[in-house]
Design a protein around this ligand. Structure first.
Ligand code: PLP
Length: 360
């Protein structure tokens, strides 16, 4: 089996090995130390100034998005959501569920977010901007410089779902004045699914203290308090905490720049070879290094995904909704190398031939 999906990804051997053993009881100093080490290394990778501002939750990324909406959007807030696909829509749905006030900037799947989209929102008393910095459903990586300076100029709180850009593209909370960043274990961190993290700025932390949320499981204050001693209010994803420890050791054997460079090299190599082979990559918007979308005029995308899986045990991501037959997504994170990419491309061409020849 080979995984070229966005997550859970092809895992690294040392991290996979962690799954083979039992884990000791977690209300101990030994486990607290692992959590605090994880917090320290992760907050440094995130550009989060204080490791005390990083929280660990047992849930998938969407849970962390919901927790963020519940804790960090206050009753007086008026939000803007960048909605360029499935994950932007999810923020809209969450804000609807929790009766928060928002307006969304709706983009077509191949429409690039520009300054023009944002301009209309100046001077209208908006307080918060929510964005999935890499909209994983299309591969669009929004311009963080643009978003960050817009928020700074208009004094908006900037909430970033960084789940599919963290550890794939450059990212830094402090540099871009990000008030909350959401990440998840199964994407760039290459661990099992089930743990999500939220980091907040000092400024937002103070605001949280004065705007207590009305939730039990998701209550940030509870998590902040517990994290002071490396614990969580409820049972953490213990196994993933150990996987994370191993993964952060691996990343720290090189530098973050080298780690990102390797993913970028894989993405560039795939894109260059794919185009040589006549495959089509959308070019109307900027792509994250995390994945490459491939576009099929002949509407065979969902068949390509299925046959690649059935005939060769290779997994790439399909798309949903009205893109299901037009677009597939190939991920570049996880334990894959250039040889795996060559193999994927070879099999992709065989699959496409098979489908188009059957059609005549
Ligand atoms: C994967 C992902 C999520 C989380 O999805 P879950 O299935 O809940 O883990 C959220 N936002 C983005 C941008 C993602 O890529």
């Amino acid at each position: 089996m080979k995984l070229f999906i966005v997550g859970p990804v092809q895992m690294y051997d040392n991290v996979l090995k962690i799954r083979e053993s039992d884990f000791p009881y977690f209300r101990t100093e030994q486990f607290s130390k692992i959590m605090l080490d994880n917090a320290k290394r992760l907050s440094s990778l995130l550009g989060c100034k204080s490791m005390q501002n990083l929280l660990f939750f047992t849930m998938s990324g969407t849970g962390a998005m919901e927790a963020t909406v519940q804790n960090c959007i206050f009753s007086a807030d008026k939000c803007i959501v960048i909605n360029g696909g499935t994950f932007g829509q999810r923020f809209c749905d969450l804000l609807d569920w929790h009766n928060k006030e928002y307006t969304s900037i709706n983009l077509n799947w191949n429409e690039k977010l520009t300054e023009e989209h944002l301009k209309k929102f100046e001077g209208k008393n908006y307080t918060t901007l929510l964005v999935n910095l890499h909209e994983t459903s299309t591969g669009q990586l929004y311009d963080i410089d643009l978003l960050s300076s817009f928020c700074k100029k208009n004094n908006l709180k900037l909430i970033v779902d960084a789940i599919s850009t963290f550890l794939a593209d450059d990212f830094n909370m402090d540099k871009y004045n990000i008030d909350a960043a959401i990440i998840s274990s199964q994407k760039g961190l290459c661990c099992s699914a089930g743990m999500s993290m939220i980091a907040v700025s000092d400024k937002l932390r103070t605001e949280l203290y004065n705007n207590k949320s009305k939730t039990l499981y998701f209550n940030f204050e509870d998590y902040f308090k517990n994290m002071e001693r490396g614990q969580t209010p409820y049972t953490p994803a213990v196994g993933i905490a150990y996987e994370l420890d191993e993964m952060l050791k691996l990343i720290n054997t090189t530098t973050i720049e080298t780690w990102l460079e390797n993913i970028k090299d894989k993405a560039s190599y795939f894109r260059m070879r794919a185009e040589e082979l006549g495959l089509k990559i959308p070019n109307s918007y900027n792509l994250s290094n995390m994945l490459t979308p491939l576009y099929f005029d002949n509407e065979i995308a969902s068949d390509v995904v299925k046959i690649l899986r059935d005939d060769f045990d290779i997994y790439i991501n399909p798309c949903g909704g009205n893109l299901a037959n037009k677009l597939v997504r190939v991920s570049h994170i996880g334990n894959t190398d250039f040889k795996d990419i060559d193999d994927l491309l070879e099999k992709l061409i065989i699959v496409i031939k098979k489908i188009t020849e059957e059609a005549v």
